[in-house]
Ligand binder design. Structure first.
Ligand code: HPA
Length: 270
């Protein structure tokens, strides 16, 4: 895998002029942050050696290199989900490539279901911790010490100073922001009411089908991580209604400007 990562990163490196301050992974319905980037280069995933290609509606499948606020960023417009049939190594490959490009900071967004009693649809939740419920860990198998240690510490996975910063930014801009625990599940089914209840009982405030594998590999790679969810539907007893992927994308897109503002200001100060 090391060779494949280097092939991808060398190809990309040859197209980028300046060092990249932060990597960004944009979730379902959240690709419009890209319109805030002063774009220098757009690279479809299909052009990058060894990169998987994304298949879900609402996910574009390209890397964007440019300036957000005052910083150079590399944004993934469209990510790879385990439920699409990718291996965990494919799902997390872009994070490995970001590390190989010298990126040290990773910002992740996603759409999620909310289990917390007080959550409303459209709520923004900073992830302070996660529960990995995927059937597989992306680090399963032989460990390559060139990529990271065998047993990564996960006691402070989400960088606390950035969480604090995000709350300062939200307060300054009058944005309601929550924080909580994200449970990562394989999908593609949404949860049954009993599953939402179980997730709440085990300590999760939100649930989604992404982020956790990427974060595990980011930590393995020594990256600092900030992640934020938009709560697109509620898994709260009595408030559970039928949800479609279109609903998820629509709610995420409607709330995106607030999330974009937080990410943009955060990247400026980190
Ligand atoms: N469950 C899992 N993933 C999701 C949900 C949900 O309710 N909403 C958006 N992504």
């Amino acid at each position: 895998m090391f060779e494949q990562i280097l092939q991808a990163s060398s190809y990309l490196q040859s197209r980028f002029k300046d060092p990249i301050h932060a990597g960004i992974i944009l979730g379902s319905g959240l690709g419009n942050l890209a319109s805030e980037i002063q774009i220098e280069i757009t690279i479809p995933y299909s052009e990058i050696p060894n990169f998987p290609i994304s298949t879900v509606a609402g996910h574009k499948g390209q890397l964007i290199y440019g300036t957000l606020g005052s910083k150079k960023v590399l944004a993934m417009q469209g990510r790879f989900h385990y439920y699409e049939g990718y291996t965990m190594q494919q799902v997390t490959f872009p994070v490995r490539v970001m590390k190989a490009l010298g990126i040290k900071n990773l910002i992740i967004s996603n759409a999620a279901g909310g289990m917390h009693q007080d959550f409303e649809i459209g709520e923004l939740m900073v992830i302070r911790d996660h529960i990995n419920l995927f059937p597989e860990n992306p680090l399963h198998g032989k460990n390559d010490v060139k990529l990271g240690v065998r047993f990564p510490d996960m006691s402070a996975t989400y960088h606390q100073p950035w969480i604090d910063k995000a709350f300062e930014i939200a307060k300054k801009n009058g944005i309601q922001l929550s924080k909580g625990v994200y449970a990562g599940v394989s999908g593609p089914t949404l949860e049954t009411p009993a599953e939402y209840k179980m997730l709440k009982i085990i300590g999760a405030d939100a649930v989604g089908m992404s982020t956790v594998p990427e974060v595990i590999v980011a930590i393995h790679s020594g990256l600092k991580v900030f992640a934020i969810s938009i709560i697109t539907d509620l898994g709260v007893e009595g408030k559970i209604v039928k949800v479609t992927h279109e609903d998820v994308v629509r709610v995420a897109a409607a709330q995106e400007p607030k999330m974009t503002l937080i990410i943009k200001e955060l990247i400026d100060v980190i």
